[in-house]
Design a protein around this ligand. Structure first.
Ligand code: ATP
Ligand code: MG
Ligand code: FE
Length: 329
């Protein structure tokens, strides 16, 4: 089964062709980061306009790279939500037009299910598993006992980790998206600032207090005329984030008696987190999978991977499919 998948939930216009949920025949991503950088974040209206400009070209690229025509495609998949509504609608409309004109089924995919299924491309998912989702808008722990079976056992009550990274980056004058830059800077600094390790009951997360602690610490030091090295701010913030994520994840693995851990979303690219989870997984005899960096951040291959399992369940949308800015997994 060969699926053409479209992803436009945020600021990358992405199209991929995936065979049988694992074989990525092409994976085209057109990133808009540069256009949003001068605003310090993604501007929804600007994102939508770029998607409209680029989507046709990215679809053509994906087909060309895979050396396929639409006749050889079995279904068209598209991210239904969650995400920026205007951005989603561009991808949905393009996917609909393709599906209608070539008489193919249309498969609606949840963006976070996509992030999870990025792991299936690397190694087939083995159940039961625990998924740690750490992205720009989500921080969740999800138990899966079978394909497309998602039990959310914990989530953030305020900021997502990626969001906290981007805000901390801004306070130390790093451009958007600051996550990767904070990560790089953290490697050169020390955990000297003793930021809080916010842990809630159960498996929920909260990162807004940590973010405020970083901002307040910098503010107080500045008022006292003291200087702080940005690399120490980055290292201290990252140490706190990694501690909290790792602690909750391994508590959940133990409580649910699960030996399979997958990590996904943009922050899964974080070197500190990857290192810590790798060490803990070895110590706890847990099998750990983290996708390569290009499958951690937004892409359409992950949507094509998830769509394969939806195709097998004949989970198709009719042509009235709409975008949904928020959508439960
Ligand atoms: P969502 O998937 O929740 O809708 P999103 O699609 O915007 O949100 P992703 O594309 O999955 O999020 O991830 C982007 C986020 O990942 C950004 O906040 C970015 O700063 C962060 N990020 C990327 N690389 C790193 C890194 N190495 N360290 C920390 N954060 C990172
Ligand atoms: Mg993005
Ligand atoms: Fe995402």
């Amino acid at each position: 089964i060969t699926i053409l998948a479209v992803e436009t939930s945020c600021d990358e216009t992405a199209v991929s062709i995936v065979r049988n949920g694992r074989d990525v025949l092409s994976n085209s991503v057109n990133s808009q980061i540069e256009s949003h950088q001068r605003f310090g974040g993604v501007v929804p209206e600007v994102a939508s306009r770029h998607h409209v400009e680029n989507i046709t070209m990215v679809i053509e690229d994906a087909l060309k790279e895979a050396q396929l025509t639409m006749e050889e495609i079995d279904a068209v998949a598209v991210t239904e939500g969650p995400g920026l509504i205007g951005a989603l609608l561009v991808g949905i409309n393009a996917a609909k037009a393709l599906a209608i004109s070539h008489n193919k089924p249309l498969i609606p995919v949840h963006h976070i299910a996509g992030h999870i299924y990025a792991n299936h491309i690397v190694a087939p998912l083995k159940f039961p598993l625990l998924a740690l989702i750490v992205s720009g808008g989500h921080t969740e722990l999800v138990v899966m006992r079978d394909h497309l079976n998602f039990e959310v056992i914990g989530e953030t009550r305020d900021d997502a980790v990626g969001e906290a990274y981007d805000k901390v980056a801004r306070t130390i004058d790093l451009p958007y998206p600051g996550g990767p830059l904070v990560d790089r800077l953290a490697a050169e600094g020390k955990d000297t600032l003793n930021f809080p390790r916010p842990v809630l009951e159960g498996y929920d997360f909260s990162f807004s207090g940590l973010k405020s602690a970083v901002i307040n610490t910098l503010h107080n030091k500045k008022q006292k005329g003291e200087t702080v090295k940005p690399e120490d701010v980055a290292a201290s913030f990252q140490a706190s984030v990694v501690d909290v994520l790792s602690k909750k994840t391994f508590e959940a693995l133990e409580a649910y008696d699960i030996k399979e851990l997958i990590v996904c979303g943009g922050v899964a690219a974080n070197s500190g987190l990857r290192k810590r989870l790798t060490a803990e997984a070895a110590a706890h005899h847990v099998e750990l999978h983290i996708p390569p960096l290009n499958l951690c951040t937004d892409n359409a291959a992950m949507i094509g991977a998830a769509a394969y399992f939806l195709y097998r369940q004949q989970h198709f949308a009719d042509y009235s499919l709409n975008g949904r800015s928020s959508l439960d997994l």
